[in-house]
Design a protein. Sequence first.
Lengths: 308, 321
Amino acid sequence: MTTVAPDLEIPIEDIKAGKRVTEYHLMWWAFRRDPLAVLSLVILLGFILGAIFAPNLTPYPEQGRGDPNLLEKFSPPNQGHLLGTDYLGRDVLTRILYGGRSSLAIGFLVVIVAVLIGVPLGAISGYYGGWIDNLVMRITDIFLAFPPLLLAIALASALGASFTNTMIAISFTWWPWYTRLVRAQTLSLRERYFIEAARSIGVPSWKIITSHVLPNVMTPVMVQATMDLGGAILVGAAVSFIGLGVQPPLADWGQMVSIGRIYFIERPWYAGSAGLAIFLVTLAFNLLGDAVRDAADPHTRRVVDVGR
Amino acid sequence: MFASSAGMLNRHQKQVHALDGIDLDIYEQETLGIVGESGCGKTTLGRTIIGLIAPTSGQILFDGQDLVNASKDAKKSFNREIQMVFQNPYTSFDPRFTIIKCVSEPLKIHTNLRGAALTKRARELLEQVGMPGEILHRYAHEFSGGQLQRIAIARALALNPKIIVLDEPTSALDVSVQAQIINLLQDLQRQFKLTYLFISHDLSVVQHISNRVTVMYLGKIVEQNTSEAIFEGQAHHPYTQALLSAMPSVVKELRRKQIILEGSVPDAANPPKGCNFHPRCPVAMPICSIAEPVLDNSGAGHPVACFVVNPIEKSTDEMIQ
């Protein structure tokens, strides 16, 4: 009954035992076989856990929160300070762990807000069509007409430089992509007979959107969201780099690169390690996004006809 | 009549008469076959009857009540009476829904059945169409086209409808499976006293299942008669004759001389003047490109829309002169 490509180990016993196999099971099975995916997941979990448990991991939690330690200014990497200290004598590794809090939080919050605004709008726009679609699409066009970084910078400077405002500003530039993605998916779903069948039965429109449209667009949204986490962190770092994002004494990777660049030639460990953190996290999210996309696509996942 | 939009912000609207002057009666417990080539409006007709498309003008009467201008509550009750089975069983089911969710969807909207009673009814429906009740928790992609079409029929039966619109229910299936589905439909019709509107371009299937046949061409009815009459030599409209001549047969005596139609179906947005069929008609007369024939019994004893069949009235004749 079950035909499976030989190169993917699927718990056939479970399937035979009547365990239900959903799309998400298949995605997970394909995902965990991808070494790059697992590596990036490990890197990301490291940064995330490091950020969450920063106070317990570092001997200098007060420096992470911003207290200066002027006696040890610019000490190069050594036993007590694995990545050296910054211009106020604070441990760079501690600052990176604490900086991960704001950078990762910006990444996740931006994507969550963008998904929450963009996905329902896209589904409504694609499902109803007509003037609603026109209105929503023209609004997204307006937002997409601005270069995203420029719009984020303009909004952040208008709202005032702070963590929350950076988050809001970047979310504003991000949601239209989800609206367009979901709208396109919804348009193609609408042509399938099951939506028409639901309509002919008399299922109300809102229920068709919530029970038929949204679950069926979640896979591409998940892929896009994973990829965007890296991008959002990068934009967040850029906004902080020019001083419109997270303000000292709070730590932020973009801000650390910005301050550290002044001393970069003589003391590369400061800006260098913050830049490396941004690089690693962004790269890991991109690789993760690639892996999720491959796992979501039946053609690249190399699983054939499971359970048929 | 439908507005087809073109151009930026729909400034230039063109009117397309996807269906025009359709006058159709369906009697209780009969099977009315609708035939015609692709793009002639068969599916649009089905979708209009079931309420997926609102006609720009005209009436659809069900037991004497108008479906088009009915109140919201009345429409909901009509939803129960008229169901549809779609052409492609593979896209007829939400890939994220289990079979029980698919089959019980109409029950959840229109009845108070929940929980165990709902499961029981879903199981019963599946058994009626010859599917085992154990499949309730599986997904649509686990089934073949024929099995899916059975499940689609189960879903259509869920609310005990009076009419089922069958939109080419067998065209996506293997020939052997087609026969099974047709037989199932006939059994169910007898059992539940169903009325079918059977839309198809497969003439042999239509001949097998229909009591009456309506032939459509470019949004209009060109001929209507009982199935026996049409398929046994009583086809009068030149288009019907051409369609029938394309029907293959294994019996040599039954093979008809093929009438090859030139060209293709004209654009519905820009139909020819006069009779829609005249540019391709092998027996077209001068009048055909000027006046539009109406469905009329006078020439053949059953409704045909053709000047060749029906005697041209004097007044029309004079008009041409």
